[in-house]
Each structure stands twice: as C-alpha cells, then as structure tokens.
Design a protein around this ligand. Structure first.
Ligand code: UDP
Ligand code: MG
Length: 166
C-alpha cells in the first residue's frame, strides 16, 4: 500500500470537550506515524482558505466561526499522519461528515452533534484525497514543522517582520 500523508484537525469542539486524548487514542489504531503537530489560533484568513470550496454553502459563515473557535475555544490542534493508505484509514475512523449518519463507534458518530443552526460539529477534520492533503498540509504547516519533507521544498529569502521573544 502506498505511503501517504494526511492532515488532521481536532476542531474547537473537540478541544473544548476534552476529547483530544480520546481522538488521538482512536487514531493510534491506524498505527500511522505522527510527523507534525501544533496548536493553532485560527485566523479568518486561514479558516476561509481551508474551507474555500464550501464558500457557496448556506452554512459557510457559521462553519468559519466554528473553525475559528467562536463557539468553543479559540484553538485547533493540527497534525500530519503518515503511512500506508493513511487517508482512508483515518477517514474510516472519523466516520461520515454528518454525525447523525456516522457509524456510532466512529469519532464523529460518538462525539459529534448538529447545532440548531445546522452546522455539523463533528470534532475532527481529515483530508479526503491526496490533492486535498497536499493543499491542506501546505496551508497549515511550513516544511520545517514537519519531521521530513513530504513535498519538494526550496530555499527562498522571505523578508518580513516577525514577532520574537522579548
Ligand atoms: N458541514 C456542515 N454541514 C454540511 C456539510 C458540512 O456543517 O451539510 C461542515 C462539517 O463540519 C464538515 C465541514 O463542513 O466537516 C467540511 O465539509 P466536507 O463536505 O468537506 O466534509 P468532511 O470532509 O469534513 O467530511
Ligand atoms: Mg472535506
């Protein structure tokens, strides 16, 4: 089976409900390698870019607020998992997008809910295919934040102001 990398996000509802441990334990069933992890405060720019393909959906605005943590905690845990058939292995444990339709032992089936505004608070995001994984991993991580180069890199001179320790 082909080695793949896939982006996982534990969404703000997962963090607020203290589900991080449960989610990571479920994902460890895959025996995949974690090759990157960080906790992020999601800006509107990042949330909108992540979900840009859903821009025309009626739930888009609420979805952006959800990912930014406006209903829970303003943080998301982002991870890259790597190994054989990683994308499908992770998606199977996540379960269907709609938590009411998801298998009840899947992460979304066990922990997700639908809000009265119609947003699926489904605890976890996972890439659906290799193209999506590439776009998403490059959006959430810089090359040096990942244990090895999952995509080709180059060295560029980036001139920008940066916050440093005082
Ligand atoms: N979503 C929603 N209502 C819908 C479809 C999607 O609230 O009818 C949310 C849900 O949180 C989902 C996210 O939008 O995880 C992204 O949707 P997508 O169709 O990409 O599903 P996923 O790949 O997350 O299973
Ligand atoms: Mg998707």
């Amino acid at each position: 089976m082909k080695n793949q990398q896939t982006l996982i996000l534990i969404k703000p509802d997962g963090l607020k409900k203290s589900l991080t441990g449960n989610v990571l334990t479920r994902l460890s069933e895959t025996k995949l390698d974690i090759i990157a992890t960080k906790t992020v405060q999601v800006t509107s720019k990042l949330a909108e870019e992540h979900y840009k393909y859903l821009k025309d959906k009626p739930f888009y605005k609420e979805l952006i607020k959800y990912l930014m943590g406006e209903f829970h905690k303003k943080k998301v845990m982002a991870l890259v998992y790597w190994g054989p058939d990683a994308i499908n292995k992770v998606r199977n444990i996540c379960g269907a997008t709609n938590p009411e339709e998801a298998d009840s032992v899947s992460i979304r089936g066990a922990y997700g809910r639908i809000t009265t505004k119609g947003v699926y608070e489904n605890v976890i995001h996972a890439s659906t295919n290799e193209e999506e994984a590439e776009r998403e991993i490059k959006l959430w991580f810089k090359p040096d934040e990942i244990i090895f180069d999952v995509y080709p890199t180059k060295t560029a001179t980036v001139k920008k102001k940066e916050r440093v320790w005082a």
